[in-house]
Write a protein that binds this ligand. Structure first.
Ligand code: SAH
Length: 256
Protein backbone atom coordinates (compact mmCIF):
# COMPACT_ATOMS: atom_id res chain seq x y z
CA UNK A 1 0.00 0.00 0.00
CA UNK A 2 1.18 3.55 -0.71
CA UNK A 3 1.77 6.04 2.07
CA UNK A 4 -1.31 5.89 4.30
CA UNK A 5 -2.73 8.63 6.50
CA UNK A 6 -4.64 7.55 9.60
CA UNK A 7 -6.86 10.30 10.92
CA UNK A 8 -8.95 10.50 14.10
CA UNK A 9 -10.78 13.45 15.59
CA UNK A 10 -9.75 12.89 19.19
CA UNK A 11 -6.63 11.92 21.08
CA UNK A 12 -8.56 9.12 22.80
CA UNK A 13 -9.24 7.49 19.42
CA UNK A 14 -5.59 7.55 18.31
CA UNK A 15 -3.63 6.91 21.51
CA UNK A 16 -3.03 3.18 21.02
CA UNK A 17 -1.67 3.57 17.50
CA UNK A 18 0.59 6.46 18.38
CA UNK A 19 2.12 4.36 21.14
CA UNK A 20 2.97 1.74 18.47
CA UNK A 21 5.11 4.25 16.58
CA UNK A 22 7.88 5.12 19.05
CA UNK A 23 10.27 6.03 16.21
CA UNK A 24 7.82 8.34 14.46
CA UNK A 25 8.95 11.78 13.45
CA UNK A 26 6.77 14.68 14.62
CA UNK A 27 5.96 17.42 12.11
CA UNK A 28 3.79 20.35 13.24
CA UNK A 29 1.60 22.16 10.73
CA UNK A 30 -1.63 24.14 10.95
CA UNK A 31 -1.75 23.56 14.69
CA UNK A 32 -1.72 19.77 14.31
CA UNK A 33 0.85 17.11 15.19
CA UNK A 34 1.59 14.81 12.24
CA UNK A 35 3.43 11.63 13.22
CA UNK A 36 5.32 10.15 10.29
CA UNK A 37 6.49 6.58 10.78
CA UNK A 38 6.15 2.95 9.81
CA UNK A 39 3.63 0.33 10.81
CA UNK A 40 3.78 -3.27 9.64
CA UNK A 41 6.26 -2.23 6.93
CA UNK A 42 3.94 0.52 5.62
CA UNK A 43 4.66 4.23 5.67
CA UNK A 44 1.99 5.94 7.76
CA UNK A 45 1.14 9.43 8.92
CA UNK A 46 -1.00 9.67 12.05
CA UNK A 47 -2.84 12.83 12.90
CA UNK A 48 -5.59 14.09 15.17
CA UNK A 49 -7.82 16.29 13.02
CA UNK A 50 -9.79 17.86 15.88
CA UNK A 51 -13.56 17.78 15.83
CA UNK A 52 -15.98 18.88 13.10
CA UNK A 53 -16.10 19.22 9.34
CA UNK A 54 -13.83 22.24 8.91
CA UNK A 55 -11.15 20.75 11.17
CA UNK A 56 -11.32 17.50 9.21
CA UNK A 57 -11.14 19.31 5.86
CA UNK A 58 -8.11 21.38 6.94
CA UNK A 59 -6.30 18.29 8.17
CA UNK A 60 -7.06 16.35 4.99
CA UNK A 61 -5.88 19.17 2.74
CA UNK A 62 -2.60 19.49 4.68
CA UNK A 63 -2.04 15.72 4.49
CA UNK A 64 -2.55 15.75 0.75
CA UNK A 65 -0.53 18.90 0.01
CA UNK A 66 2.40 18.43 2.38
CA UNK A 67 2.72 14.78 3.36
CA UNK A 68 2.51 13.03 0.00
CA UNK A 69 -0.23 10.76 1.28
CA UNK A 70 -1.83 8.47 -1.32
CA UNK A 71 -4.55 6.79 0.78
CA UNK A 72 -6.55 8.09 3.76
CA UNK A 73 -8.27 6.20 6.53
CA UNK A 74 -10.46 7.90 9.10
CA UNK A 75 -11.08 5.91 12.24
CA UNK A 76 -13.16 7.01 15.19
CA UNK A 77 -16.48 6.70 16.97
CA UNK A 78 -20.03 7.60 15.93
CA UNK A 79 -23.61 7.50 17.06
CA UNK A 80 -25.60 4.56 15.74
CA UNK A 81 -28.76 5.40 13.77
CA UNK A 82 -29.73 2.35 11.72
CA UNK A 83 -31.83 -0.38 13.22
CA UNK A 84 -29.59 -3.05 14.66
CA UNK A 85 -26.52 -0.76 14.72
CA UNK A 86 -25.56 -1.17 18.35
CA UNK A 87 -22.92 0.21 20.69
CA UNK A 88 -19.72 -1.73 20.00
CA UNK A 89 -20.60 -2.45 16.35
CA UNK A 90 -18.40 -1.11 13.56
CA UNK A 91 -19.68 0.83 10.57
CA UNK A 92 -17.57 1.03 7.41
CA UNK A 93 -18.84 3.88 5.22
CA UNK A 94 -19.57 3.22 1.58
CA UNK A 95 -20.93 6.75 1.14
CA UNK A 96 -20.93 9.91 3.27
CA UNK A 97 -23.40 12.81 3.39
CA UNK A 98 -23.47 16.16 5.21
CA UNK A 99 -26.77 16.12 7.06
CA UNK A 100 -26.54 19.83 7.93
CA UNK A 101 -25.95 21.02 4.33
CA UNK A 102 -28.99 22.98 3.18
CA UNK A 103 -28.84 25.54 0.35
CA UNK A 104 -32.50 25.01 -0.53
CA UNK A 105 -34.47 26.19 -2.38
CA UNK A 106 -31.59 27.13 -4.69
CA UNK A 107 -30.19 23.59 -4.53
CA UNK A 108 -31.93 20.44 -3.33
CA UNK A 109 -31.59 19.98 0.44
CA UNK A 110 -28.35 18.13 1.39
CA UNK A 111 -26.80 18.61 -2.06
CA UNK A 112 -23.33 20.16 -1.88
CA UNK A 113 -23.74 23.26 -4.04
CA UNK A 114 -22.13 23.01 -7.49
CA UNK A 115 -21.04 19.40 -7.01
CA UNK A 116 -24.41 18.04 -8.19
CA UNK A 117 -24.49 15.40 -5.46
CA UNK A 118 -25.28 15.06 -1.77
CA UNK A 119 -22.82 12.25 -1.12
CA UNK A 120 -19.20 11.28 -1.62
CA UNK A 121 -18.02 7.71 -1.91
CA UNK A 122 -15.38 5.81 -0.01
CA UNK A 123 -12.98 3.67 -2.03
CA UNK A 124 -14.61 0.27 -2.57
CA UNK A 125 -11.43 -1.84 -2.51
CA UNK A 126 -10.01 -0.14 0.56
CA UNK A 127 -13.36 -0.33 2.35
CA UNK A 128 -13.63 -4.06 1.65
CA UNK A 129 -10.15 -4.58 3.01
CA UNK A 130 -11.04 -2.50 6.06
CA UNK A 131 -14.27 -4.46 6.53
CA UNK A 132 -12.34 -7.75 6.48
CA UNK A 133 -9.92 -6.42 9.09
CA UNK A 134 -12.89 -5.40 11.26
CA UNK A 135 -14.48 -8.86 10.89
CA UNK A 136 -11.17 -10.44 11.88
CA UNK A 137 -10.85 -8.30 14.99
CA UNK A 138 -14.44 -8.97 16.10
CA UNK A 139 -13.92 -12.71 15.60
CA UNK A 140 -10.72 -12.52 17.67
CA UNK A 141 -12.54 -10.66 20.45
CA UNK A 142 -15.20 -13.38 20.52
CA UNK A 143 -12.52 -16.08 20.57
CA UNK A 144 -10.67 -14.27 23.36
CA UNK A 145 -7.54 -13.95 21.21
CA UNK A 146 -7.58 -10.19 20.53
CA UNK A 147 -4.58 -8.65 22.32
CA UNK A 148 -6.12 -5.17 22.50
CA UNK A 149 -9.70 -5.81 23.51
CA UNK A 150 -11.63 -8.41 25.49
CA UNK A 151 -15.30 -9.32 25.65
CA UNK A 152 -15.29 -8.23 29.33
CA UNK A 153 -14.03 -4.75 28.43
CA UNK A 154 -16.82 -4.41 25.90
CA UNK A 155 -19.40 -5.68 28.36
CA UNK A 156 -18.30 -2.99 30.81
CA UNK A 157 -19.25 -0.44 28.12
CA UNK A 158 -22.72 -1.90 27.79
CA UNK A 159 -22.00 -4.14 24.79
CA UNK A 160 -24.23 -7.13 25.50
CA UNK A 161 -24.15 -9.00 22.19
CA UNK A 162 -21.33 -9.97 19.86
CA UNK A 163 -20.51 -6.80 17.83
CA UNK A 164 -21.10 -6.78 14.08
CA UNK A 165 -19.70 -4.97 11.04
CA UNK A 166 -22.07 -2.93 8.85
CA UNK A 167 -21.40 -1.26 5.48
CA UNK A 168 -23.45 1.73 4.31
CA UNK A 169 -24.26 5.41 4.51
CA UNK A 170 -22.67 7.58 7.21
CA UNK A 171 -23.92 11.09 8.02
CA UNK A 172 -21.66 13.94 9.11
CA UNK A 173 -22.56 17.34 10.56
CA UNK A 174 -21.34 19.93 13.02
CA UNK A 175 -23.55 18.69 15.84
CA UNK A 176 -23.18 16.07 18.55
CA UNK A 177 -26.52 14.30 18.13
CA UNK A 178 -27.69 13.59 21.64
CA UNK A 179 -31.47 13.49 21.73
CA UNK A 180 -33.79 10.73 20.59
CA UNK A 181 -35.86 13.33 18.71
CA UNK A 182 -32.85 14.48 16.68
CA UNK A 183 -31.82 10.92 15.91
CA UNK A 184 -35.35 10.13 14.72
CA UNK A 185 -35.42 13.22 12.51
CA UNK A 186 -32.14 12.16 10.87
CA UNK A 187 -33.50 8.67 10.32
CA UNK A 188 -36.67 10.09 8.75
CA UNK A 189 -34.59 12.20 6.33
CA UNK A 190 -32.11 9.40 5.57
CA UNK A 191 -33.69 6.00 6.20
CA UNK A 192 -30.61 4.14 4.95
CA UNK A 193 -28.16 5.97 7.26
CA UNK A 194 -26.27 3.72 9.65
CA UNK A 195 -24.41 6.23 11.81
CA UNK A 196 -23.83 9.91 12.50
CA UNK A 197 -20.55 11.66 13.26
CA UNK A 198 -18.87 15.01 12.65
CA UNK A 199 -15.97 14.62 10.18
CA UNK A 200 -16.22 11.82 7.61
CA UNK A 201 -18.12 13.54 4.79
CA UNK A 202 -15.73 16.51 4.91
CA UNK A 203 -12.70 14.26 4.56
CA UNK A 204 -14.42 12.37 1.73
CA UNK A 205 -15.20 15.60 -0.13
CA UNK A 206 -11.59 16.82 0.07
CA UNK A 207 -10.36 13.39 -1.06
CA UNK A 208 -12.79 13.57 -3.97
CA UNK A 209 -11.38 17.00 -4.92
CA UNK A 210 -7.82 15.63 -4.89
CA UNK A 211 -8.77 12.33 -6.55
CA UNK A 212 -7.33 10.32 -3.65
CA UNK A 213 -9.01 7.18 -2.23
CA UNK A 214 -10.30 7.14 1.34
CA UNK A 215 -12.12 4.88 3.76
CA UNK A 216 -13.99 5.69 6.96
CA UNK A 217 -14.49 3.31 9.85
CA UNK A 218 -16.61 4.22 12.88
CA UNK A 219 -17.09 2.24 16.04
CA UNK A 220 -20.47 2.92 17.59
CA UNK A 221 -20.01 4.68 20.94
CA UNK A 222 -23.64 5.68 21.52
CA UNK A 223 -27.04 5.65 19.84
CA UNK A 224 -27.22 9.45 19.26
CA UNK A 225 -30.14 9.48 21.72
CA UNK A 226 -30.94 10.94 25.14
CA UNK A 227 -28.19 8.90 26.84
CA UNK A 228 -25.61 9.52 24.10
CA UNK A 229 -23.32 11.72 26.25
CA UNK A 230 -23.05 9.09 29.00
CA UNK A 231 -22.45 6.17 26.61
CA UNK A 232 -20.04 8.24 24.52
CA UNK A 233 -17.77 9.19 27.42
CA UNK A 234 -17.57 5.66 28.76
CA UNK A 235 -16.76 4.23 25.34
CA UNK A 236 -14.21 6.89 24.47
CA UNK A 237 -12.31 6.42 27.72
CA UNK A 238 -12.26 2.66 27.71
CA UNK A 239 -12.28 1.08 24.27
CA UNK A 240 -12.27 3.51 21.32
CA UNK A 241 -8.49 3.62 20.95
CA UNK A 242 -8.19 -0.15 21.33
CA UNK A 243 -10.58 -0.73 18.42
CA UNK A 244 -8.61 1.64 16.17
CA UNK A 245 -5.35 0.00 17.13
CA UNK A 246 -6.59 -3.54 16.59
CA UNK A 247 -8.27 -2.88 13.24
CA UNK A 248 -5.44 -0.82 11.72
CA UNK A 249 -2.84 -3.38 12.80
CA UNK A 250 -4.98 -6.18 11.36
CA UNK A 251 -5.37 -4.29 8.10
CA UNK A 252 -1.64 -3.56 7.77
CA UNK A 253 -0.56 -6.96 9.01
CA UNK A 254 1.28 -5.26 11.87
CA UNK A 255 0.53 -8.05 14.34
CA UNK A 256 -0.81 -5.91 17.23
N1 SAH B 1 -17.00 15.56 24.55
C1 SAH B 1 -16.02 15.51 23.51
C2 SAH B 1 -16.60 16.01 22.20
C3 SAH B 1 -17.24 14.95 21.46
S1 SAH B 1 -17.83 15.40 19.90
C4 SAH B 1 -14.83 16.30 23.89
O1 SAH B 1 -14.95 17.12 24.77
O2 SAH B 1 -13.75 16.09 23.31
C5 SAH B 1 -18.16 13.78 19.30
C6 SAH B 1 -17.06 13.13 18.51
O3 SAH B 1 -17.38 11.75 18.34
C7 SAH B 1 -16.94 13.67 17.09
O4 SAH B 1 -15.62 13.57 16.66
C8 SAH B 1 -17.91 12.78 16.28
O5 SAH B 1 -17.38 12.45 15.02
C9 SAH B 1 -18.09 11.51 17.12
N2 SAH B 1 -19.45 11.17 17.57
C10 SAH B 1 -19.71 10.13 18.41
N3 SAH B 1 -21.02 10.07 18.70
C11 SAH B 1 -21.63 11.09 18.02
C12 SAH B 1 -22.97 11.56 17.94
N4 SAH B 1 -23.95 10.97 18.64
N5 SAH B 1 -23.24 12.64 17.17
C13 SAH B 1 -22.24 13.26 16.48
N6 SAH B 1 -20.94 12.86 16.54
C14 SAH B 1 -20.62 11.78 17.29
Amino acid sequence: MNRLAIVSAMESELRGLRDSLPQAQLVRRAGRDFWVGELGGHEVVLVRSLIGKVAAATTTAVLLEHFNVQVLLFTGVAGGLGQGVRIGDIVVADQLLQHDMDASPIFPRFEVPLYGTDRFGADAVLSRRLGSACEGVLAAIEAGTCAELSRAQLQACGVAQAPRVHHGLVLSGDRFVSTTAEAQALQADHPEALAVEMEGAALAQVCHDFGVPCAVMRTISDRADDTAHVDFNRFIDDVASRYTHAVVCAMLGAGG
